[in-house]
Design a binder for this molecule. Structure first.
Ligand code: ADP
Ligand code: GLC
Length: 478
């Protein structure tokens, strides 16, 4: 039995800001329990909802040696989806109304978390064969292991995997200001941790992890090039011997149109016609005109540059004025995008609905009720929203980047194949053209559209095959 520890800054159902939480919450469930003892460690944020905090039980506490002196580390535990979770408690670091805040606080917070997670393992009597780290927040674990645990009786020899969910976020700051890194020898602080005169958690993790993965094959390639490399393409190329791409899956139980507790009407690939009831319910709930003839385009997304909102802003008016479409958007993020969507919502009251906020229930209404799902990302490491929408027979319209390339097959009207619509360049006119094309199929060839919905729903984007790839990776390394 191999022991695996996931160390991450978010995980479903406890705390989520994006797809990372979906992956951390789902992948451990799908690893073969006969071969792997998988546990997850997360911070015990104060902003975890009360009902979930109440499910946690106290395990132990101790004082760990940290640069500030002896610091309190409480350990709590809970079970979710049959998986053992641990939570690191320390309200000095994990208070606040959200997991991430100012970067200069976050770097210190997650350096603490990474150290506290390692220090907890002997207390728990759990020595993993592999620690699976995710993104910059836990990327220093391989560094701390190398610096402080090489000769350690309990933890020596532990291997590490670092998964890159988004190379744009690297955990960069002024090294001498990060208290929880102060006692690292200079070799690290001014060696592997340094990039462009700053410390860079992700870069250090890439250098010290035994294996590095990216969340799709295309993204694993893109990040080795100058365009997708976010300044670290050289580092990525040097690490290419230990880098691979493994595409994400989705939790088929959490996202199941045949059993989704939030939907007005359940349906599956054989009863696609029933999806219409969800469209009507969505239109009604969002104050849109209840009209089956228009193409209802959905979006559930962080409102950031990455997600392509600049393109949408450029052509929204034209789209509204030249096609019979409606729009339902749910998201939070940068003010400039929130504001423009509020404006569109005000200008087109019965055709456009923008909800600025975060809501699981409304997200499901959109996945279940929309005809098409728009995701014109500037870059997209994997993307889960397009997988979720396909599962609900909601046809994705995407830009050909990262995981969107690997998961959405463009519609081919000659061969009657494909599971969505896609465009190549990051260009608003190109996007508009493909939306028009989608609209022409939707309104002019309903049978073709319906066949595409069916193909979407019949795709297998469960974790089954990707979990096997992670299993093989763990087996190979330990
Ligand atoms: P990213 O992780 O880059 O934000 P993904 O497509 O991988 O993008 O995953 C996003 C996840 O977060 C999906 O499960 C999506 O439904 C969810 N999500 C994003 N924004 C919201 C929101 N405002 N409300 C509810 N769920 C959201
Ligand atoms: C990141 C990426 C997204 C990916 C998710 C889960 O947030 O932006 O593309 O799906 O991580 O891996």
């Amino acid at each position: 039995m191999k022991k695996i520890l996931f160390a991450a800054s978010e995980g479903n159902p406890f705390i989520k800001t994006g797809g990372l939480a979906d992956v951390v919450g789902a992948l451990p469930k799908y690893l073969d329990k006969k071969k792997f003892d998988v546990r997850v460690i997360l911070p015990k944020y104060l902003c975890i909802p009360d009902e979930l905090r109440q499910e946690m039980s106290y395990v132990t506490e101790f004082y760990a040696d940290m640069p500030r002196g002896k610091e309190y580390v409480g350990i709590y535990e809970a079970k979710a989806g049959g998986v053992q979770y641990y939570f690191i408690d320390n309200e000095y670091y994990f208070a606040g109304d959200r997991p991430y805040n100012k970067i200069y606080e976050d770097v210190d917070k997650f350096a603490f978390f990474s150290r506290a997670a390692l220090a907890s393992l002997p207390e728990l009597g759990f020595c993993p064969d592999v620690i699976h780290c995710h993104d910059w927040q836990t990327a220093l674990i391989p560094v701390f292991l190398d610096a402080f645990y090489r000769e350690d009786e309990f933890l020596q020899g532990v291997k590490t995997v670092l998964t890159i969910h988004n190379l744009k976020f690297q955990g960069r700051w002024i090294i001498d200001d990060i208290v929880n890194c102060r006692d690292l020898p200079e070799k690290y602080r001014y060696g592997a941790m340094e990039a462009y005169h700053e410390t860079n958690f992700l870069k250090a993790g890439i250098v010290y992890a035994d294996r590095v993965t990216a969340v799709s094959e295309t993204y694993a390639r893109e990040i080795q090039g100058q365009q997708g490399g976010e300044g670290l393409d050289g580092v990525m190329r040097e690490a290419s011997y230990k880098l691979s791409g493994i595409v994400n899956g989705i939790d088929q139980e959490d996202y199941d149109p045949a059993a989704d507790k939030y939907l007005a009407e359940h349906y599956d690939a054989k009863s696609i016609a029933k999806k219409k009831k969800n469209k009507a319910a969505l239109q009604e709930r969002m104050g849109l005109r209840v009209d089956d003839s228009c193409m209802l385009i959905g979006m559930v997304s962080r409102m950031t540059e990455q997600k392509g909102f600049d393109l949408i802003n450029q052509v929204m008016e034209e789209m509204m004025n030249t096609m019979n479409v409606q729009f339902v958007a749910l998201g939070t993020g940068e003010n400039r995008y929130q504001d423009s969507f509020r404006y569109f919502d005000w200008k087109y009251p019965d055709r456009m609905s923008a909800t600025i906020g975060y809501g699981e229930e409304m997200a499901h209404w959109i996945y279940g009720g929309a005809d098409a799902f728009l995701m014109p990302s500037q870059f997209e490491p994997c993307g889960l929203s397009q997988l979720i929408s396909m599962r609900y027979g909601t046809v994705p319209i995407v830009r050909e980047t990262g995981g969107l390339v690997d998961t959405v097959e463009a519609y081919n009207e000659i061969w009657h194949t494909g599971t969505g619509f896609s465009f190549a360049n990051y260009d608003a006119r190109e996007m508009l053209k493909i939306i028009r094309y989608a609209y022409s199929v939707f309104s002019g060839q309903p049978r073709e559209w319906k066949a595409m919905m069916k193909r979407c729903m019949e795709q297998d984007h469960s974790w089954k095959s990707s979990a096997k790839k992670y299993e093989r990776l763990y087996q190979d390394m330990a």
